[in-house]
Design a binder for this molecule. Structure first.
Ligand code: IPE
Ligand code: IPE
Ligand code: MG
Length: 255
């Protein structure tokens, strides 16, 4: 499997358009509460936003979109909300997979699937298989995902693969077992809903990602909001630990 560039090893290729955008879709509950509606109405509306963001990413030539749909800590929510979210996820899978495929989108799910119902797992596997050759956009849903879980499961897999305990292993040895080993590290991270935290999302991969926080609640997140985030990204100087002068030198050498 080709290894993606590691931001802690080298300066990855970057451009004006982020290759990979990762989003924490937060604020569905508050959106509904503001309208005196049940939280579930917010989740339902949130699915509409997902559709719009996928379309916008394709139009902007973004290659990878990763959305945090359900965290390993979200099981602590009330049972009726969890089961509603599962049904919503399942319904969306059932309805959308063919559309994703027709539009050239590769579908992936990361997270600990073992807690999901067998039917959902089957839908996920079928969807992944159907779309595996598509190259227009890789759309990843993080479901029952946690950054710590990911690093732990990678560690377990790595140790199970080697005959002796690898004490001198390198970053790359572990990275190949992370669940997003098929994607470059995110260039841009967006969190809607006003909280300025990572909430156990892609802990490893966010090492040098540009972070963008907006108060907009996920159901209200529009194409324009996405452009604001991209514009903010375009104004950042990504130094990856180097000085500004070093980066400018590297650019002038390339020219
Ligand atoms: C994000 O919206 C969706 C999930 C976590 C599943 P929330 O449900 O967290 O909405 P708020 O933060 O309570 O408004
Ligand atoms: C983060 O949102 C997880 C998802 C969007 C799936 P939460 O609403 O669960 O995060 P906290 O609890 O506010 O940190
Ligand atoms: Mg929330």
């Amino acid at each position: 499997m080709p290894q993606s560039q590691s931001s802690t090893r080298e300066i990855p290729e970057t451009g004006l358009i982020p290759k990979h955008i990762a989003i924490i879709m937060d604020g569905n509950g508050r959106w509904a509460r503001n309208r005196l509606m049940p939280r579930m109405a917010g989740h339902q509306q949130g699915v509409e936003t997902v559709r719009g963001v996928i379309k916008s990413c394709i139009e902007r030539n973004i290659s990878y979109l990763t959305l945090f749909a359900f965290s390993s800590e979200n099981w602590r929510r009330p049972a009726d909300e969890i089961s509603f979210l599962m049904q919503l996820f399942m319904g969306a899978l059932e309805q959308e997979i063919t559309k994703l495929h027709v539009n050239g989108i590769r579908f992936k799910v990361i997270g600990d699937l073992s807690r999901f119902e067998p039917k959902i797992i089957e839908f996920i596997h079928n969807g992944e298989q159907l779309t595996t050759q598509n190259t227009r956009l890789t759309f990843t849903v993080a479901a029952n995902y946690g950054g710590r879980w990911d690093i732990m499961q990678a560690m377990r897999k790595m140790m199970a693969q080697s005959t002796e305990l690898p004490l001198n292993f390198e970053e790359e040895n572990l990275a190949q077992y992370l669940s997003m080993n098929y994607a470059p590290e995110p260039d841009l991270f967006i969190r809607t809903g006003g909280e300025c935290r990572v909430s156990n999302f892609l802990l490893w991969q966010l090492a040098y990602t540009e972070l963008y926080f907006t108060d907009t609640l996920w159901p209200d997140f529009s194409e324009h909001e996405l452009d604001l985030a991209i514009q903010s990204y375009q104004q950042r100087e990504r130094r990856f630990g180097r000085t500004s002068e070093q980066l400018q030198m590297a650019v002038s050498v390339k020219r």
